[in-house]
Ligand binder design. Structure first.
Ligand code: NAD
Length: 293
């Protein structure tokens, strides 16, 4: 039987509805949810992404403001803007658009975002909270992967889970959240000696390597849940461009029980998790304000 396709777009729409409802409840007691996004250097892709983000925020009632800095902005000036936003009580969430110009250190700048306002969950304090099981704000892509797996009804407790790709933005946080759900986790990367040996054991297989076609049906156990995080632009034989994941969807969907498509899987869910985290930041700020009164 072909795999059931996990509809990330539909699940994201449902998650957005919940966020919209809670944002409206906050507004009704005079609390605004406001995301400030920093864009250093203007590129068509960066502007387009920011515009889409602005629309996604507006659709759920979140205020969105884009703070643009020139491509030659110094690290000190970007850090200064982050600190200003950290101290601005009208701003409840902050994010830094990546990629940023090569002379800047993205990680160093993300460290400057206050952990409560860190809607992408990229500050090391937030990763540390996940490790200790007191999650404040978890990284968006990892949250998206968890929600997509949970939508299948397959239990993670005790399950063999294999993650391919060990980056800070995707693979490592995904493996942390899977560990937190008591899956037995194997984290594979470029130095893994025999990739199929590991992936074929997986009841839950998450792939985040950025390598189109890396995972074929020979890598997959019958009945597995396959989550494809990869987003790759490829040129087809007729010269047209297409977005694909890391998983060979056509063959793997004959073997898996559940599979996410690309596009329409992890991508929209990650945007939904950014909105959910933005709401959470505002709720955390609001709770600490109430405590401090
Ligand atoms: P990265 O280049 O930072 O990391 C890639 C990881 O994959 C590394 O750990 C590397 O060791 C591993 N890897 C590479 N080739 C491998 C191979 N042949 N076998 C085993 N492991 C291998 O990439 P990233 O930022 O983590 O992104 C990975 C992919 O996920 C990209 O396609 C990216 O566009 C996509 N992505 C999607 C989202 C989303 O929201 N949907 C978010 C982040 C990243």
């Amino acid at each position: 039987m072909p795999a059931k396709v996990i509809d990330g777009t539909a699940l994201a729409a449902k998650a957005n509805q919940d966020v919209q409802k809670r944002v409206a409840e906050m507004l009704s007691v005079g609390r605004r949810v406001a995301l400030a996004a920093i864009l250093v250097g203007s590129t068509p892709a960066g502007e387009l992404y920011a515009e889409r983000q602005s629309q996604a925020c507006k659709a759920v009632g979140i205020d969105y403001s884009l703070r643009k800095l020139p491509a030659n902005a110094s690290g000190t000036s970007v850090a200064h803007l982050i600190h200003t936003l950290n101290n601005d009580t009208a701003i409840t969430g902050i994010m830094l658009h990546l990629p940023i110009p090569a002379h800047l250190d993205a990680t160093e700048l993300q460290y400057q975002i206050h952990p409560v306002k860190d809607v992408e969950g990229v500050n090391p304090a937030n990763i540390g909270h996940v490790v200790y099981g007191h999650t404040l704000i978890a990284p968006c892509t990892a949250l998206a992967v968890l929600e997509l797996i949970e939508s299948t009804g397959v239990s993670l407790r005790g399950a063999e889970a294999v993650v391919v790709g060990a980056s800070e933005i995707a693979g490592k946080p995904i493996s942390l959240l899977l560990t937190q759900r008591l899956a037995t986790v194997t984290l594979c990367h470029i130095a893994t000696r025999d990739l199929p040996l590991h992936t074929r054991r997986a009841e839950v297989l998450v792939v985040a390597a950025g390598k189109p076609g890396l995972i074929t049906q020979d890598h997959v156990k019958d009945g597995a849940v396959v989550i494809d995080v990869g987003i790759n632009r490829i040129t087809q034989s007729d010269g047209s461009r297409k977005t694909v994941g890391d998983v060979d969807f056509d063959t793997v969907s004959r073997r898996a029980a559940f599979i996410t498509p690309v596009p329409g899987g992890v991508g929209p869910m990650t945007v939904a998790m950014l909105l959910k985290n933005t709401l959470r930041s505002a709720e955390l700020a609001s709770a600490s304000e109430i405590r401090n009164h």
